[in-house]
Design a protein around this ligand. Structure first.
Ligand code: IFM
Length: 418
């Protein structure tokens, strides 16, 4: 097989997040997060799984960095658990928590692995949730203060920062569908949470501009939306889902406006956001992180608010253990769409991967051909986008390790390492 030429300096990495791998979430003076609380509520997580142990990365990080070096990774994307560093979410710093991330960063650098830090991957300090969490208009300021603390501590060693991971998932699965923490189902809360997350990103970027020396971006989950048939209703449904998933965060950030469809989708639950907020949100972000897994195949479904659309599964397509269609072409398409719609921003693929039910290891190795095929096909798709002029700077496989897959617990295996 011929090797595809990727640009000089292209980053090859893997990604994880704090709650999904660290374990021992209250160690050394850390405060609880909303995820720690959520997993201990009966019925929330498959098999009653929790992140109490996870991959024990908090204690075994040095072994995990050795695994990364063994894999030949050039970069590693990880997230900080806000409540390890600030147990109350603001105020007193927990030196031991901060020190953990210093030691992790230094160990990566000693192995020649570039760190990319995500500041928020869903684990809000519970103390802040008790003050209203992302519904509180002060939440963007809390986030910027926390971000500033990390920039001061680590920016001399960390070249790439991601403010938030998948703010759409936080807003929709956390506040509208209730599948993820904090488990709310409230139309009125959802757009407010999303708006505060965008302001939080903007305020952290402003803080970074004051002191940071490298690059900062936002990671969003994107998927091309295709109508399930040529019927005009299905085409309109796919366009609504495109506004709802792909453009909700990127249009205000990069174009300064919310997609007009959102106001009609949410009706009275859509607030009258101030123009001054939108001006703050449209901030100079250095790159967009793309989390890509699959596409959406969409059918109109009146009576299914707010979208009046449902996602359907193609009958004959290969699927992952999450029941997500394997659709590599969608990665090329979404990268080209970003280039055309938003004026060629710098991009990283901050997550891409698949869950498959691996067989037990044999002589220390897991035969994993479906994952290998998935990754190879998606790398070819990324390469095709670069050939068509997309400014793609790196690729992070999701995930380094099999880990705690949120509401699915440990049942779904995304790891390069079992
Ligand atoms: O495990 C998650 C990750 O935390 C966010 N993006 C999608 C992954 C797979 O579901």
């Amino acid at each position: 097989m011929t090797a595809l030429p990727f640009p000089h300096g292209f980053l090859w990495g893997a990604a994880t997040s704090a709650y999904q791998i660290e374990g021992d979430p209250l160690a050394d003076g850390a405060g609880p997060s909303i995820w720690h609380r959520f997993v201990h509520q009966p019925g929330r997580i498959a098999n009653g799984d929790t992140g109490d142990l996870a991959c024990d990365h908090y204690h075994r990080f040095a072994d995990d960095v050795a695994l990364m070096a063994d894999l030949g990774l050039g970069a590693y994307r990880f997230s900080i658990a806000w409540s390890r560093v600030l147990p109350e979410g603001r105020g007193a710093v927990n030196a031991k928590g901060l020190d953990f991330y210093r030691r992790l960063t230094d160990t990566l650098l000693e192995h020649g692995i570039q760190p990319m830090i995500t500041l928020y991957h869903w684990d809000l300090p519970a103390a802040l949730h008790d003050r209203g969490g992302w519904l509180n208009p002060d939440s963007p300021r809390w986030f910027a203060d926390y971000a500033r603390l990390l920039f001061d501590a680590l920016d001399d060693r960390v070249p790439l920062w991601v403010t938030l991971n998948e703010p759409w998932v936080v807003s929709v699965l956390g506040y509208l569908e209730g599948e993820l923490a904090p488990g709310h189902q409230d139309w009125f809360e959802t757009p407010r949470v999303a708006h505060h997350l965008l302001l939080a990103h903007a305020e952290a970027v402003a803080a970074y501009r004051a002191s940071g020396r490298h690059r900062i971006g936002l990671a969003v989950n994107l998927e091309p939306q295709h109508p399930a048939s040529s019927a005009p209703e299905d085409q309109a449904a796919a366009a609504r889902r495109d506004a709802f998933i792909n453009r909700w965060f990127l249009d205000p950030l990069l174009l300064g406006v919310y997609p007009s469809e959102l106001e009609s989708l949410f009706g009275p639950a859509w607030p009258d956001f101030a123009d001054t907020d939108l001006k703050r949100i449209q901030c100079a972000t250095d790159f967009i992180g793309v989390n890509y897994y699959s596409r959406g195949l969409v059918r109109a479904a009146p009576g299914n608010p707010p979208l009046n659309a449902i996602r359907v599964s193609p009958t004959d397509a290969p699927r992952t253990a999450m029941d997500w269609e394997v659709y590599p072409q969608g990665l090329t398409d979404i990268l080209l769409w970003l280039k055309d719609r938003y004026g060629s921003p710098s991009l990283y693929i901050t997550e891409n991967g698949a869950a498959f039910d691996d067989p037990p290891p044999c002589h220390g190795e897991v035969s994993d051909p479906e994952r290998v095929d998935y990754l190879r096909a998606h790398l070819c798709a990324a390469h095709a986008a670069i050939e068509q002029g997309v400014d793609l700077r790196g690729y992070f496989a999701w995930s380094l390790l099999d880990n705690f897959e949120w509401a699915q617990g440990y049942a779904k295996r995304f790891g390069l390492v079992q």
